[in-house]
Design a protein around this ligand. Structure first.
Ligand code: IVH
Length: 717
């Protein structure tokens, strides 16, 4: 009989060897998933909650000891951002918008001036002093609460602003949120928006406990709040000290008495009904008074019991808000000021040079670990040689690490008025960091390449595309990835072993691997080896577009690969196609055509493609659905095409197109692509990790498109 006590679970998890742990994980995962389904879906559990919790704990302990044992179907992966089967959509009757951003006092002054001008224009008279609400920008999870006849009937996360997830079951456990409003004159229907927060003290305590139990601590209070709200079992939320502040309205119907004409007074009304509002919200008469309040709050913000990441300024007069209205996704009457990103001092321990899939060498800083803005930073990119030079970074230097949002941390040093690094004691005695002249992985002399387009700059590149182990490793990881050949089981660890052991020297060697070789590797039981072989076999049939992605040709991302496949159907047809025809494919201009042809006609590539085909990799033909003749010359884009003459700015990573592809397609349709956002910009196309350009767009009210929006525009008649 398995003993289910905390001590027994811990003892078991600590005693097992890796092989035993794997076997145990293979028992626990399906069992837990089965119990979970019985509990949540069938409402008929066959184990008690305590046993269930201890099973999960044992699994977590094993996964913490042996992280490679985390199976794709592990229930521990459901904690996080992955959609959970049990959560249902929560549509917002009135969309939940975002806010424009300002990063300096001058940008806030500029915003206030625009607000004043617009009010003057729209109403004929602007107030002499603009009354503003100054509110902490709470760094939590945005949430909408719906009350009907004073009773809480639903609660949902923000989601994409239109539809979030229904988290009513968890919201009901938050003590700060009343299940029933009190007072007279309750509205018939009311939607309130606010922020769910994880108070810092409770957060620290929870993480202490988690660590003591061998569980992974949460990164920061915001993630912890979000992770808690996405749990299916409300008992988890009930055990955590979440709190809430209301900050705005969605809708309000059937009020007993007219509401006050001021935003802050309306928040007071919410407070009177029993909804918590932030006691630090204040009124400022004019932008200069607001700036003083921002400064004062900034000085004490680290003493607050919860995290804030800035301040929100709102025009307090509700009628003025109505007049000002909205631009696309944000109100004109409000703006967020973000405090400068946290910066922490540390020491540069080492500079490594990493070689990527395309041979580009990137310097990477290893710093003494520091907590910055809620996460521990140990590595940071140093971008390129110019960046290294600008800061004259040497091992042992005192540096600062800066984190802004989700962007990769930056390593910097103080600069003087001329932009030169301020000399620090000891610096001159340390050896200068020299960019290697030869590839750190294969020793081939590096070449200097200039790149144009979206990622302009000078780069050092290892030209040994065929046998540089670092490029091969990165290339194999790319080849195995989901958008390419999707070879499950061919992960980074296995790739390292294959390349380091000389078992794979070129891509085609993958299909020469056999069971004996694979199962002789570290952490490779016969079962996983067989699985990898089956996956490799399956990958032979991947269609041409995926196979083109897998080849990792410069400038050919998923979108271009798809269009190339749709236009030419087979690899042979693509190889034989003249440059003029390839250049007709949307998104493929002369530079992509050149890089594609260089690749396809290069003798070593040809030999490798022949080997691949001999091994049965089919580059399966796809139907030709893109009629290049009908597309005509790219320059002949229709005169009245909606993209024609429009100015685009691209930012962030798009899901399927590279930025160069997007750029070429916009240019082909007669549009322009610029590097920075201004009033003249018509559209900002934003992808993942979009940065300040997106903020600027929102601030200026420039329309923001995602990739699908851009494609819709490009394909419009
Ligand atoms: S008012 C129409 N006030 O910031 C916009 N939002 O970037 C109404 N946030 O997800 C929002 N503190 O949840 C408002 N005092 C505050 C806020 C606040 C935090 C969040 C909000 C939204 C995001 C907008």
């Amino acid at each position: 009989m398995t003993e289910w006590t905390p001590a027994a679970v811990r003892a078991r998890a600590e005693a097992v060897t890796e092989a035993e742990a794997r076997a145990r994980v293979d028992v626990l995962v399906p069992a837990i998933n089965d119990h979970s389904r019985r509990y949540h879906t069938d409402d008929a559990p066959i184990v008690d909650d305590r046993t269930y919790d201890l099973m999960v704990r044992e699994l977590e302990l094993l996964e913490t000891r042996f992280p490679t044992l985390v199976r794709d179907d592990s229930p521990t992966l459901r904690v996080g951002d992955v959609p959970i089967d049990g959560l249902v959509p929560f549509p917002h009757e009135v969309p939940m918008l975002s806010l424009g951003n300002a990063f300096s006092a001058d940008e806030l002054r500029e915003w206030a001036r625009r607000v004043g001008d617009r009010l003057a224009k729209e109403t004929g008279s602007a107030p002499e002093v603009l009354a503003l609400a100054v509110e902490p920008k709470l760094d939590g999870l945005a949430c909408e609460l719906v009350y009907e006849d004073g009773v809480l009937t639903g609660a949902g996360t923000r989601g994409d602003g239109e539809v979030g997830e229904d988290v009513t079951h968890n919201v009901r456990t938050i003590r700060a949120i009343p299940a029933r409003l009190h007072g007279d004159d309750l509205p018939r229907r009311l939607s309130v928006r606010g922020e769910i927060l994880f108070p810092l003290e409770g957060f620290a305590e929870m993480n202490r406990k988690r660590e003591a139990e061998g569980l992974k601590p949460f990164e920061n209070p915001r993630n912890a709040a979000a992770g808690t709200m996405r749990q299916l079992d409300p008992r988890l939320a009930a055990g955590r000290p979440l709190t809430f502040f209301a900050h705005s309205f969605g809708f309000l119907e059937g009020t007993g008495a007219p509401l006050a004409p001021s935003h802050l007074a309306q928040l007071h009304q919410l407070a009177a009904w029993g909804l918590p509002t932030n006691p630090l919200n204040a009124r400022a008469e004019g932008i200069e008074a607001a700036l003083e309040a921002i400064e004062a709050l900034g000085a004490t913000r680290h003493d607050l019991p919860y995290e804030i990441d800035g301040v929100v300024l709102k025009v307090d007069d509700v009628e003025a808000q109505r007049v000002l209205g909205f631009v696309t996704r944000a109100p004109r009457w409000a703006i967020a000021y973000k405090y400068p990103p946290p910066e922490v001092a540390t020491v540069l321990d080492a500079v490594d040079f990493q070689v990527g899939r395309t041979g580009v060498v990137t310097p990477v800083a290893r710093v003494r670990p520091v907590r910055v803005g809620g996460v521990t930073v140990t590595n940071a990119t140093l971008h390129n040689e110019d960046y290294l030079r600008r800061y004259d970074l040497r091992v042992g230097d005192a540096v600062t690490v800066k984190r802004a949002g989700d962007v990769i941390p930056r390593v910097e040093k103080p600069l003087d008025a001329e932009g030169r690094p301020v000399e620090e004691p000891g610096h001159a005695d340390r050896p200068e960091t020299v960019f290697p002249e030869t590839c750190p992985a294969c020793g081939t002399p590096l070449e200097r390449h200039e790149t144009a387009g979206a990622d302009e700059g000078k780069k050092w590149v290892c030209p040994n595309t065929l046998s540089c182990p670092a490029q091969l490793r990165a290339g194999l990881r790319h080849l195995a990835s989901r958008g390419a050949l999707d070879i499950e089981g061919l992960g980074a660890k296995l790739i390292d072993q294959l390349v380091d052991g000389g078992l794979v020297r070129r891509v085609s060697d993958l299909w020469d691997l056999d069971l004996a070789t694979l199962s002789g590797l570290d952490r490779m039981a016969e079962k996983s080896a067989n699985n990898v072989l089956a996956q490799l076999e399956r990958a032979k049939d991947r269609p041409l577009d995926k196979a083109l992605v897998a080849l990792g040709i410069a400038d050919v991302g998923e979108a271009t690969a798809r269009d190339l496949a749709r236009a030419f159907g087979s690899l042979e047809a693509l190889i034989d196609a003249p440059a003029e025809r390839i250049a007709l494919v949307p998104g493929v201009g002369p530079s992509v055509t050149a890089s594609l042809q260089r690749f396809l006609h290069e003798p070593h590539t040809r030999a490798e493609l022949d080997r691949l085909r001999a091994q049965g990799v089919r580059f399966a033909a796809v139907p030709v659905t893109l009629d290049l003749d009908a597309l005509g010359q790219p320059a002949a884009a229709a005169d009245d095409h909606p993209v024609r003459g429009k100015v685009f700015v691209l930012t962030g990573t798009l899901p399927t197109m590279t930025r160069d592809e997007a750029k070429e397609r916009i240019l082909a349709a007669g549009g322009h692509v610029k590097g920075s956002v201004s009033r003249k910009t018509d559209y900002v196309v934003a992808g993942a990790e979009a940065g300040s350009k997106l903020d600027k767009a929102q601030e200026l009210g420039v329309e923001v498109l995602d990739e699908a929006g851009l494609v819709a525009l490009l394909e419009a008649e």
